[in-house]
Design a protein around this ligand. Structure first.
Ligand code: KIV
Length: 264
């Protein structure tokens, strides 16, 4: 019987400065490869709207889509912690958030992820009070892409940096057990990581985060449009399993992300 990764282990890794490795998966075959390669956190991200469904953003992903892909991934994700995204407009009230989070948990998720900082505090408290484990997501929040006017680095000015720091602290106080930091300056991510007791998982947020996540299709170089912070690991390794293992080693050793995958 394979033991599941627990939050206790992830917190211990943060303390020991051992990097946490995360990747997205949307189906059983890839989830099995990630699990075998030692990925600790598998994310069924709503990025599936872009890489599987061919949309320009994640806004059309439905709860039914997330439940379906969570169920597929949960079949083979034996060791890794399974995190699933609550999609756009699925957590606008605390009651709706709980109803939809319970659907993801029933489909096999251990943790639900939602986007937003201080404004999400009440929703996160409600989920945690009802025994739902929560991962926050601050910085570039893809579900708010229309408000930003595109996918843009966040936290470069003082107000925006303060909002991100306060948001991460609010999520932690509300009971979130982990926070994704997306596309923010590496220095800011380092400060947020130092300020929190819970692990930070970065994407385009520099090497100082407690862990790293990438969209699997970006790592394999098959995304329709690959972002600046991603690296095509398949180009060097030549086969998918080795590409995933190389990513795991590069995150563990601190070789990924390099400066060119980070922002100032
Ligand atoms: O949906 C997703 O894949 C994500 C990651 C980019 C963190 O939220």
């Amino acid at each position: 019987m394979i033991e599941k990764i627990t939050f206790q282990e992830l917190f211990a890794m943060k303390k020991k400065a051992e990097k946490i490795v995360s990747l997205t998966a949307y189906d059983a075959s890839f989830a099995a490869l990630l699990d075998a390669a030692g990925v600790e956190v598998v994310l069924v991200g709503d990025s599936l709207g872009m890489v599987l469904q061919g949309e320009a953003n994640t806004l059309d992903v439905s709860m039914d889509d997330m439940v379906y892909h969570t169920r597929l991934v949960s079949k083979t994700c034996k060791r890794a912690m399974l995190v699933s995204d609550l999609p756009f407009q699925s957590y606008e009230t605390k009651e709706l958030a709980l109803h939809n989070a319970e659907r993801l948990v029933q489909a096999g998720a251990k943790v639900v992820k939602l986007e937003g900082g201080v404004e999400m505090q009440e929703v996160v408290e409600h989920l945690c009070a009802n025994n739902i484990e929560v991962c926050g997501h601050v910085g570039l929040q893809p579900q708010s892409v229309e408000l930003y006017g595109g996918y843009k680095v966040q936290g470069r000015d003082e107000n925006s940096a303060r909002r991100i720091m306060n948001g991460a602290l609010a999520l932690q106080s509300a009971g979130a057990k982990m926070v994704v930091l997306e596309c923010i300056p590496a220095d800011l991510a380092e400060q947020v990581t130092a300020a929190l007791n819970i692990p930070t998982i970065g994407i385009g947020a520099g090497v100082a985060c407690d862990g790293q996540v990438l969209v699997l299709y970006d790592l394999l170089g098959v995304s329709i449009k690959s972002p600046h912070m991603a690296k095509n690991f398949l180009a060097e390794s030549g086969n998918i399993s080795d590409a995933i293992r190389d990513y795991v080693s590069a995150v563990k050793s601190g070789d990924f992300p390099a400066i060119e995958h980070s922002f100032k």
